[in-house]
Design a binder for this molecule. Structure first.
Ligand code: S3P
Length: 171
């Protein structure tokens, strides 16, 4: 609803390559509110890249940090927040978001996602294998969690701007 639009942080979720960061920036600009990228905030807090955090401390430690950073961001004034692809799988994070924010799942087919991530291969989870196969597996396990998002948007078809416009129309 329009009221919710002004009161709540908008959280973008979905698999790697869905366009969460780019769409989020555009959405934030259109809504005239701040933008934050959870991965970027984790990197800032850790003083390391996401890849380095996975390498040096492991995925479990990354997930702990991710959960804490997201909880902190959700306590800030309304913003647009792009999450890393695995964040919404965490039940505590999902509950926090359900209570405090509006969640939007950027849905795209796996081929589209794989093409997009091929351009910027800094993702530790895609390092060892065929991106399409890895993304298919991740989608299968994560779909039930992603489906809990308040709003589902098709992010396959159009440009990132078109996706941002579709979100504004849906809010
Ligand atoms: C991950 C997605 C990445 C990043 C990390 C793990 C995931 O974020 O958080 O590499 O589990 O899907 P993007 O979705 O922004 O690539």
């Amino acid at each position: 609803t329009r009221t919710a639009l002004h009161d709540h942080t908008i959280v973008l979720i979905g698999l790697m390559g869905a366009g969460k960061t780019t769409v989020g920036r555009r959405l934030a600009a259109a809504m005239d509110r701040p933008f934050a990228d959870a991965d970027h905030e984790i990197e800032r807090a850790a003083g390391r890249s996401v890849s380095e955090i996975f390498e040096d401390f492991g995925e479990a430690a990354f997930r702990d940090g991710e959960r804490r950073v997201i909880a902190r961001l959700l306590d800030q004034p309304p913003m647009v927040l792009a999450l890393g692809g695995g964040a919404f799988v965490d039940p505590d994070t999902r509950t926090l978001i359900a209570n405090k924010a509006i969640s939007i799942w950027l849905q795209a087919d796996v081929e589209t996602l794989a093409t997009r991530v091929a351009r910027r291969d800094t993702r530790p989870l895609l390092r060892d294998g065929n991106p399409v196969e890895i993304l298919e597996r991740l989608l299968e396990t994560r779909q039930p969690a992603y489906a809990e998002a308040d709003i589902h948007i098709d992010a396959s078809a159009g440009t990132h701007q078109a996706t941002a416009d579709a979100i504004i129309a849906a809010l």
